[in-house]
Ligand binder design. Structure first.
Ligand SMILES: [Zn+2]
Length: 318
C-alpha cells in the first residue's frame, strides 16, 4: 500500500485517466475484489465500448483508448493445426493410455513418475507432436496485434510453440505451462539446454533423449504435475493485468487454475472478449466466494463490464 490517504482513484468517470492510478493499484485491486465478491459494487464502471458487440470492440481497438491488448489463449486455438489438447482429461486421451502400463493416467505428466519412467511420456509425445508446425489464424491474429503495436502480452497455456512459429518473440509471451521449444538435462548439476529439433530427432527415433554431457534424461520445458509454473508468469501478471486496455481470451474453457483466475485481475473498465467453441467461464458462486472469481457473466445486464462472449468453432487451420 502506498500509505496515501487519498481515496482510490479511477472510480470517477470524469477523473483524469492518467496519473495517480498506479500508486493506488493495490487498494483498487482490493476494492474491486471485495465489490465483486460481496456484490457491493457502488459506482458502475466506466463504459468504454460504445456498443457491446464485435463491432463495438473493433471500434474501441481503433481508438486512442486501446493501446495495450493482452491475449489469453488455450488449446482451442491449436486444434485446427492438428494438435490435440493432450493435457486435458476431457479429450479421451487418458482413457487410451492402457498400453503404457501407468499406475494412474495422469502419471504420464507427473514429474516424480517421469524421473523414474520417462519412456511413456516420450512414446506419447512421438504420437502427438506434429511433424510440421502450422499456426492458425488465431496465432496470426496475435501477430497482427503485435505489428499494430497493440500486443502487450500473450499468455498461453499451450506448449506447442505455435505462437513463436507465428512470429511472437519470447518477451511478448508468457508460456504459463512451459514449452516444447527448449529442453533441459534433468541432472541439477548439469542442466544443459537442448532445442526442439534435437529433442524431436530423438523422439521420432523412439529414443528417450539423453544428455550428451552426462547421459541423464533430457526433459522438455513443459510444466508437469508437481512442478511450479514459470516465475515469469507470476512476475509479469502483476503489471500486465493492471494496465491492460482490452483482454481477448481465445480457445480456453477457463478450467485450469491459476491461469483461469487472470480474467478477474483486469481493471473494472477493461472490456473482455471471450472467443471459444463452447460457452464457458461463467460465474461459480463458490469459487467467487473463495476469491477465485473466474466468472464471466454474459447473461446479466448488471454485468456490463464483464464482456462479450462469442461461441463457435475456432477453425482456420490452413
Ligand atoms: Zn546433463
Amino acid at each position: 500500500m502506498s500509505g496515501a490517504d487519498a481515496p482510490p482513484s479511477g472510480a470517477d468517470p470524469d477523473a483524469e485517466a492518467e496519473g495517480g492510478s498506479t500508486e493506488d493499484s493495490d487498494m483498487e485491486l482490493l476494492r474491486n475484489l471485495l465489490a465483486r465478491t460481496l456484490g457491493l459494487g457502488s459506482e458502475p464502471p466506466e463504459r468504454v465500448l460504445d456498443e457491446l458487440s464485435l463491432t463495438g470492440i473493433a471500434r474501441f481497438m481503433q481508438s486512442e483508448r486501446c493501446r495495450r491488448v493482452v491475449c489469453m489463449v488455450g488449446a482451442g486455438i491449436s486444434t485446427a493445426a492438428g494438435i490435440p489438447d493432450f493435457r486435458s482429461p476431457e479429450t479421451g486421451l487418458y482413457a487410451n493410455l492402457g498400453r503404457y502400463d501407468l499406475p494412474y493416467p495422469e502419471a504420464i505428466f507427473d514429474i516424480s513418475y517421469f524421473k523414474q519412467h520417462p519412456e511413456p511420456f516420450f512414446a506419447l509425445a512421438k504420437e502427438l507432436l506434429p511433424g510440421q508446425l502450422k499456426p492458425t489464424v488465431c496465432h496470426y491474429f496475435m501477430r497482427l496485434l503485435k505489428e499494430k503495436g497493440l500486443l502487450l502480452r500473450c499468455y498461453t497455456q499451450n506448449i506447442d510453440t505455435l505462437e513463436r512459429v507465428a512470429g511472437l518473440q519470447p518477451e511478448e509471451l508468457v508460456e504459463a505451462h512451459g514449452t516444447f521449444q527448449t529442453a533441459h538435462c534433468l541432472r541439477s548439476s548439469c542442466r544443459h539446454q537442448y532445442d526442439l529439433s534435437w529433442v524431436k530427432e530423438k523422439i521420432f527415433s523412439s529414443l528417450v533423449p539423453k544428455c550428451d554431457k552426462c547421459q541423464s534424461v533430457v526433459k522438455p520445458d513443459i510444466v508437469f504435475f508437481g512442478e511450479n509454473l514459470p516465475s515469469r508468469f507470476f512476475s509479469l501478471l502483476q503489471s500486465d493485468f493492471q494496465k491492460v486496455d482490452l483482454l481477448i481470451i481465445m480457445g480456453t474453457s477457463l478450467q485450469v487454475q491459476p491461469f483461469a483466475s487472470l480474467v478477474s485481475r483486469v481493471p473494472a473498465s477493461t472490456p473482455r472478449l471471450l472467443i471459444n467453441k463452447e460457452k464457458t467461464g461463467q460465474s461459480d458462486a463458490f469459487m467467487s466466494l473463495m476469491g477465485f472469481g473466474c466468472g464471466m457473466d454474459f447473461d446479466s445486464d448488471k454485468a456490463y463490464r464483464q464482456g462479450l462472449g462469442v461461441w463457435g468453432g475456432l477453425g482456420g487451420g490452413h
